[in-house]
Design a protein around this ligand. Structure first.
Ligand SMILES: [Zn+2]
Length: 239
């Protein structure tokens, strides 16, 4: 089980549901990417956790509350009922770090494999009718995606929309998936810039060696200086 609280908590305000580690659907879960969704309703956390009469919960790994900016709720660390069947080519693209080039319906893609074992799901509260997305909610989603991508060594291209996965779905509506991926990529880039690299280590080691050498040289100069002063004093004493 991936340690999702440790991965996510430095990047978002994280609400961890106590049963997150065990609350999941039976079956395999080996994620290769992330699918984004909108809930299409209001205050849907209970539905995302427990499911609906026609679909057993959990319905996503993570939930984003519209009224709680920068906050993500960790619902499940395992397989969830969120992606359903989708296009084989999109699954292959995710595995190859290639972004989908459009929605499944526009690409004429047909449903193939079930994606629930292959993708984390993020359900974000939004009516999906053109309702604007609060910036703090989008920030929480992008930061959560970046944290997962960084942990798995994925590029932002592995973050896809449900509508890119399957022609059956219109979500998430109200933002372009390409700009979402660009924003996540910039967060990943910032993280790279901050990361302490092997080159940084080598530079630090070189700087340390230089300072040690300088210190030795200074000590030698001081020793030589003292000796010269000694000799000058001896000479002065003889005169
Ligand atoms: Zn969806």
């Amino acid at each position: 089980m991936t340690d999702l609280p440790a991965i996510l908590s430095p990047h978002v305000t994280l609400d961890v549901r106590p049963d997150w580690a065990t609350h999941c659907r039976p079956g395999t879960f080996a994620p290769v990417g992330i699918v984004l969704h909108h809930t299409g309703g209001r205050n849907d956390l209970a539905i995302v956790v427990n499911g609906r009469p026609d679909l057993a919960g959990p319905l996503a790994n993570l939930y984003s509350d519209r009224d709680a900016p920068y906050t993500i709720t960790l619902v499940s660390g395992g397989r969830c009922n969120h992606a359903g069947a989708g296009a084989q080519v999109v699954l292959d693209e995710a595995r190859g770090d290639i972004a989908p080039c459009g929605d499944a319906i526009a690409r004429g893609l047909v449903d193939g494999p079930v994606g629930n074992g292959y993708f984390y799901g993020i359900e974000a509260e939004n009516l999906g009718n053109g309702q604007p997305w609060p910036p703090g909610q989008l920030e929480a989603i992008t930061h959560a995606c970046a944290a997962l991508c960084a942990h798995h060594g994925w590029t932002a291209n592995r973050v896809i929309g449900h509508r890119e996965w399957t022609r059956r779905k219109p979500d998430p509506a109200g933002f372009a998936m390409a700009s979402m991926r660009t924003r996540i990529a910039s967060l990943l880039h910032e993280e790279d810039e901050m990361a302490f690299t092997a080159a940084d280590s080598a530079n630090l080691e070189a700087a340390k060696n230089y300072l040690v050498d300088q210190q030795r040289e200074n000590e030698l100069l001081i020793q030589q200086g003292s000796r010269i002063i000694q000799l000058l004093e001896q000479i002065a004493a003889k005169q």
